[in-house]
Design a protein around this ligand. Structure first.
Ligand SMILES: [Zn+2]
Length: 247
């Protein structure tokens, strides 16, 4: 709602209301609506996920049901929620959908500043600051990642770990951990223990597990700051798409 079009407050964002016989100034509803719109724009939700909500998340198996329940609980608990979430599972099971849906609810219901970043994008942006003609610094890239109340870090481990990447990611995550800020991670890499597990090949791209991808130190930090939510299932994005083709 544009400021000038509000008939309630005539664009001032304030209303004078009677309380116990006294006139007091209160924020008009349009003020909060406008704030919500700004927060939504700042949340950097990728186009293809912009319509994702908890309401339109499709439940096809028990892991979807559990993950949805945990997501709703997370929103309900906020700001008392103490740990973040780590959604783990193969491509197309709805990890990013849920992560985005959670921050949508937090923005729309509580006006919480949230942002979504692709892990690879942060790494690329930081690397970009190393070129001599870059006019932004590493701290320019990292400031919003550190500061935002709730961060979605998508596709954790989707880039081969080098010592530098591992150090950088640990730095980011540790910073948020120390500031007690909530982070919601998604990863395609299953957190396998050493023993062999019988799960499907989706998880075993080149034999890598989450530990192979992010290192032991980061994994243990993740466990301290997140509830791990495993999602499994058929690639429903593919199935839904196929089902929509009519012949
Ligand atoms: Zn108004």
């Amino acid at each position: 709602m544009a400021e000038k079009s509000c008939s309630q407050c005539e664009g001032t964002g304030w209303l004078l209301v009677n309380e116990d016989g006294k006139q007091v100034a209160r924020r008009c509803r349009c003020f909060f609506n406008r704030q919500t719109e700004v927060l939504w724009e700042q949340a950097r939700i990728p186009k293809r996920y912009r319509n994702c909500s908890l309401g339109n998340f499709e439940v096809h198996n028990d892991s979807h049901r559990d993950a949805l329940k945990i997501s709703r609980q997370f929103v309900k608990n906020y700001p008392a929620q103490e740990v973040g979430l780590l959604f783990i599972g193969p491509c197309g099971v709805g990890k990013t959908h849920l992560a985005v849906a959670i921050i949508r609810e937090l923005i729309e219901k509580n006006n919480v500043p949230c942002a979504s970043y692709d892990f690879r994008e942060i790494i690329r942006d930081i690397q970009g600051t190393f070129t001599p003609d870059s006019n932004i610094s590493e701290s320019d890239v990292l400031a919003p990642v550190f500061d935002v109340e709730v961060l979605v870090l998508d596709e954790l481990g989707a880039k081969r770990t080098t010592a530098w990447v591992e150090e950088t990611v640990f730095y980011i995550i540790n910073q948020r951990y120390n500031q007690k800020k909530l982070t919601i991670f998604t990863s395609n890499y299953l957190d396998t223990e050493e023993e062999a597990d019988g799960r499907d090949a989706f998880y075993k791209k080149g034999g890598d597990s989450l530990v192979d991808r992010i290192g032991v130190r980061l994994r243990s930090r993740l466990y301290e700051m997140c509830k791990v939510v495993e999602i499994w299932g058929d690639d429903y994005r593919k199935i839904a798409k196929q089902a929509s083709y009519r012949f």
